[in-house]
Design a protein around this ligand. Sequence first.
Ligand code: SAM
Length: 327
Amino acid sequence: MSLYDKFRRQITDLRISVTDRCNFRCVYCRSADPENYREHDEILSWPELQRLARIFVGLGIRKVRLTGGEPMVREGLEDFISYLKGLGVQDLSMTTNGHLLADRCETLISAGLHRINISLDSLDPIKFEKITRTRSYDSVMRGIDAAQASSLAPVKVNAVLVRGFNEDEVESFGAFARERGLIMRFIEFMPLDADRHWSLNLVVPAAEIYERIHAQWPLVQIPHEQSETARKYRFADSAPGEIGLIAPVTQAFCGHCSRIRLTADGKLRTCLFSKEDRDLRALLRAQATDEEIVAWVRGVVNEKEEGHRINEPGFVPPSRTMVFIGG
Ligand code: SAM
């Protein structure tokens, strides 16, 4: 059984946000103001998540990425990973801020985690503190060390650049990729920030990042799968490391999108920028059978948006921000 939308795109990737809680407060994601987390009973329980995961895998989902909020703050994460492994998920990964990673890297691997993406937006501890509003620079670095020393290598490190804030670090991140032999990925700033500060002027386009790194260390493109979000490059001088550019704003890649998202409170989103969530939790808690859930999911996926409209006049950002949607 496979899942297709009406544009004949097969959906094989599911991002599951396991919590809306986060121990960081990144400026381009969350507000400095207190925010309303969902009540605990609004968040899907582990048994509910397990049931949905089983149904989705039965529908041809091959890649699962765990995210949040910060996935590592929810107790029981490793057991859920073991469950997903038991379902035979082919590609099991997680996006984390890395703060809690160093001590748990091995238990995550034993549970069945295959790959990891660690978010890091500055190599300068002072700027890191300003961006994340935490003093966790050292623990994140220890997390990266632990991941690199483990079977999760090569580690992907994700940075969001914001014009005038950390755009000056492009070359430092390039050097970091080379020195550490890791995959350094730059994600364009998207209109998903809580404070609604986003504007096109704050986006550092992937093409600009490419030019700057290429000028210092010539890059050679690596072939990529059509549905992959990143354009990938290696260094022409054969230095270790890799550069990835993710350009949802300036070079949208919706045409080959194979992703859907499940939010921590059980809403299914067919696009990061969907105007509305579809309430799977209500169906689940109304004692729907697996067959009813499958039929509902097929109907929602069929209506997946052709693409997002960030660059079109009248674009309205989704009411929920990244910490609630799950990046
Ligand atoms: N807490 C985890 C982490 O820090 O990676 C997982 C959740 S976080 C929401 C997932 C990713 O979304 C992070 O790499 C973060 O940088 C990215 N993100 C958050 N807000 C964003 C925005 N407005 N534009 C682009 N990326 C964003």
